[in-house]
Design a protein around this ligand. Structure first.
Ligand code: NAD
Length: 324
């Protein structure tokens, strides 16, 4: 935990934090816990009140939250919210010249680059710094940050990122943090579908989940989707499949990230056929039965479409979980 200021001096930084939802609320609380002065704003009064309970000074508007800040952190749903706040709603204009704007939201690479340009035009510094680790990581202060921007901007943000996470990787220039995030999540989305299809194929061939897991988790099929977030109940006791697919990493968030990846795939002319297909499959799942489920619940949609019988009766009984 560092209490170095954003200007490199010893002592607390003054932070304006906009977007105090599921992620932003606990992130702002961790900054307060590390000794920084945090003034925050959220459109939802309950979110603002919860943050105030954790020591965040509540502001009456986003503009008021950033007036005295060294660093402004935003944690918002999508790129349009970030860009609207920066320019139309006057956030950049309200901040002191030379303020560092750190956007931690997951947004389009193109929107992230536009946010960098807008900040530079207004005489500020900018960093895109999306996260992985979810709400649990935000609460525990164990997020991983993927940052895009200049080396000086990254160095300036580092003490604050260290208060909210366990790791921060400088990925390159403007937008590189968002690029790393969507590339990583494209791997994850595709691999979760691959692992789920393999389990359903195994079921149709009479293979138990445990047998396939025991082989693949120590063979070349090994990956995070299998060995940490295993989509069938039993082999990995902590995976969401064991609690009827309560998230975890909610399917709509995976669908959102794959949608951002698909936008970048199309605009770059990249032949990422599996990435595009994964985006379609998760979009349909998240709009339907997966709306409130962990993304690994997609195994049930694949099983249903396949018309296979599911796991053996013995496994279903052992795990005490429904999988149909
Ligand atoms: P959330 O909906 O809980 O929080 C977003 C907050 O922004 C809301 O409280 C909303 O009221 C506020 N907001 C929107 N417009 C605003 C405005 N103009 N002024 C002030 N406040 C405004 O979402 P979240 O789960 O905290 O996610 C935030 C971002 O983090 C998203 O981009 C998401 O993709 C990303 N993310 C989320 C997770 C996760 O597990 N939840 C994990 C990694 C990344």
């Amino acid at each position: 935990m560092s209490t170095e200021t954003a200007d490199g001096n010893a002592g607390p930084a003054t932070v304006g934090f906009v977007g105090l939802g599921n992620m932003g609320g606990p992130m702002a609380a961790n900054l307060v816990g590390a000794g920084h002065r945090v003034t925050g704003f959220d459109l939802v009064p309950e979110a603002l009140a919860a943050a105030a309970g954790a020591g965040v000074e509540p502001a009456g508007s986003a503009v008021a939250a950033v007036a005295d800040a060294d660093v402004v952190i935003t944690m918002l749903p999508a790129g349009r919210h970030v860009l609207a706040l920066y320019e139309d709603q006057g956030l950049l204009a309200a901040a002191r010249p030379g303020t560092l704007f750190v956007d931690c939201s997951t947004i389009d690479v193109a929107d992230a680059r536009a946010a960098h340009e807008a900040a530079a035009r207004a005489g500020h510094q900018a960093l895109d710094a999306p996260v992985s680790g979810g709400v649990v990581g935000a609460e525990a202060g164990t997020l991983t940050f993927m940052a895009g921007g200049g080396a000086a901007e990254f160095a300036r943000a580092e003490p604050l990122l260290a208060a909210m996470g366990k790791k921060a990787v400088h990925c390159g220039g403007a937008g590189a943090g968002q690029a790393a995030k969507i590339c990583n999540n494209m791997i994850l989305g595709i691999s979760m579908i691959g692992v789920s299809e393999a389990f359903v194929l195994g079921e149709s061939l009479g293979l138990t989940h445990q047998a396939l897991y025991d082989v693949a988790s120590t063979a070349s099929g090994q990956c995070w989707a299998l060995s940490v977030n295993c989509p069938v109940p039993g082999p990995v006791p902590g995976s969401p499949a064991n609690r009827d697919y309560r998230p975890g990493f909610a399917a709509p968030l995976m669908a959102k990230d794959l949608g951002l990846a698909a936008n970048a795939v199309r605009s770059g002319g990249v032949q990422a056929e599996l990435g595009l297909r994964a985006a379609e499959l998760f979009a349909a799942f998240a709009e339907g039965e997966g709306a409130a489920e962990d993304f690994s619940g997609i195994v049930r949609a694949i099983r249903q479409r396949s018309g296979t019988g599911g796991p053996t009766a013995q496994e279903t009984e052992q795990n005490g979980t429904t999988t149909a």
